[in-house]
Unconditional design. Structure first.
Length: 461
């Protein structure tokens, strides 16, 4: 190859010749393209850096959102936990136990046992559809509404109707809840109940070894489409001593085996029948283990709740009350002096309704206060962990009250007569003296921890 003054020629190949100006042009083009590529590379580098900064900012924002959401979910979990009873109340003639198994998500399972002012026992369980904060908020609202109407109404069906009416006005989502409410009379050993689309509780009768479901028709609660449409009905069941009622949510029966089979209602019935004779806490733990064994390592799809009550023998409870079951007395239970006023008001209101005059009502009020104060301070030694049980009956013929404490009792015969000069400065005996003075009939049991008082509408018979 040789280069002359005018041409760039390739002698071996015979290809075209380039002039010096053409070669210079190619060189300049290459330099310009290289500079352009370098600029584009710098621009690309700047763009990548900008995108990286944007990605980091987005990642930071997403992490903030995630942390805020976790914080909100934790608050929702605390709200739900706060709505679950820390411990179930001590009840007359009824035992209870409960288990709540969470999945880690904020669920909609809630339950409660509420003792009404007349010592009826309201057993409530409900399940809000969905999970998360909306379910927790709806659950909180529903629980407050249930508690409000349980105190005002005695019909579970009417309570459901009122709660449904209120929730339908406020809930604008597609969420709803299912519920079951049973109100137990511990004297009659009956339960009036209503079901709002909830899984039916089961009743195990150890005396016969039989098991049944508490089916009842009723719509679910709270969906806006149900306003003015939903209907609920009451049904009543007789419960014998030792009978157990199992309330639960569908997360229990929807547990899956590794093969994808549901635990189901039939397996639950068989397990309840198998373990039904156990003490109620052991019964619930056995049911949880049975479902866990069925699931194996398959995680829960939903949280679930188990609540069990066992009914006692009302005849035994009434044995020292001065009443028979056929008398159908009402019952109140108190533990402290602060509860006397409310209990007294319940009885006096009944006296007013039955036409007792103001003087009789005032006198009976003094007697109630004396009986209950003595039972709490002297019988139970002021221990708030001990109960004072009040059986009472108000009719147009007479008002009868029977107060029983958990103390060792006393001998009323040794009380000093406050009318004697030597006893006028003594504290003991005055309350019993007033009770005997104002009431037409006063009796003590042999142990001395029960006092019965009766006042006739028309005076001493």
């Amino acid at each position: 190859m040789s280069i002359n003054n005018q041409y760039l020629e390739f002698e071996e190949t015979g290809t075209q010749k380039l002039t010096r100006s053409e070669l210079l042009q190619l060189y300049n083009d290459a330099v310009r393209q290289n500079a352009q590529l370098q600029q584009e590379n710098r621009n690309l580098h700047l763009t990548v850096e900008e995108r990286n900064r944007e990605i980091k900012q987005v990642s930071y924002n997403l992490e903030r959102v995630r942390l805020d959401l976790e914080d909100e979910m934790e608050k929702a979990r605390r709200v739900q936990e706060g709505l679950l009873p820390k411990e179930l109340p001590r009840m007359v003639n009824v035992k209870s136990a409960s288990v709540y198994i969470p999945t880690g998500k904020v669920g909609g399972d809630l339950y409660d046992i509420i003792i009404t002012t007349r010592q009826k026992i309201a057993v409530l369980i409900f399940d809000v559809s969905g999970h998360g904060i909306p379910a927790a908020l709806i659950g909180a609202m529903a629980k407050m509404l249930f508690a409000h109407y349980i105190e005002k109404l005695q019909s579970p069906a009417r309570i459901f109707a009122e709660v449904n009416k209120q929730l339908c006005r406020f809930i604008k989502t597609e969420q709803y809840l299912t519920a079951f409410l049973g109100i137990i009379d511990p004297i009659k050993n009956t339960m009036v109940y209503s079901r709002a689309g909830h899984v039916p509780p089961m009743v195990y009768k150890p005396g016969t070894g039989t098991l049944s479901r508490l089916d009842a028709k009723g719509f679910f609660i709270g969906h806006s489409a149900l306003l003015g449409v939903a209907e609920y009905c009451d049904q009543t069941i007789r419960l014998d001593a030792g009978d157990k009622v199992l309330f639960y949510t569908d997360g229990l029966t929807e547990g899956c085996s590794p093969e994808g089979k549901l635990y189901g209602g039939e397996r639950l019935m068989n397990a309840f029948k198998k373990y039904g004779s156990l003490e109620i806490n052991h019964l619930l733990s056995s049911l949880v283990k049975d479902q866990g064994k069925f699931r194996g390592k398959t995680p829960l799809r939903d949280d679930f709740t188990l609540l069990c009550i066992e009914v006692g023998d009302s005849d035994f409870m009434l044995a020292d009350s001065g009443f028979q079951r056929s008398d159908e007395p009402d019952i109140l239970v108190i533990n402290t002096l602060a509860e006397i006023e409310e209990s007294c008001a319940v009885i006096l209101k009944e006296m007013d309704r039955c036409g007792y005059n103001d003087k009789s009502i005032r006198q009976f009020k003094i007697c109630i206060f004396e009986m209950l104060t003595n039972a709490i301070l002297h019988g139970n030694d002021g221990d708030p962990g001990k109960k004072v049980i009040i059986f009472y009956q108000v009719t147009t013929l007479a008002v009868t009250i029977n107060v029983i404490d958990e103390g060792n009792g006393f001998d009323p015969a040794i009380l000093p007569d406050p009318l004697l000069p030597e006893n006028r400065m003594k504290d003991h005996g005055r309350g019993v003296f007033l009770i005997k003075h104002y009431l037409d009939q006063v009796e003590f049991n042999a142990r001395g921890n029960r006092i019965l008082g009766r006042k006739f509408h028309t005076g001493k018979q």
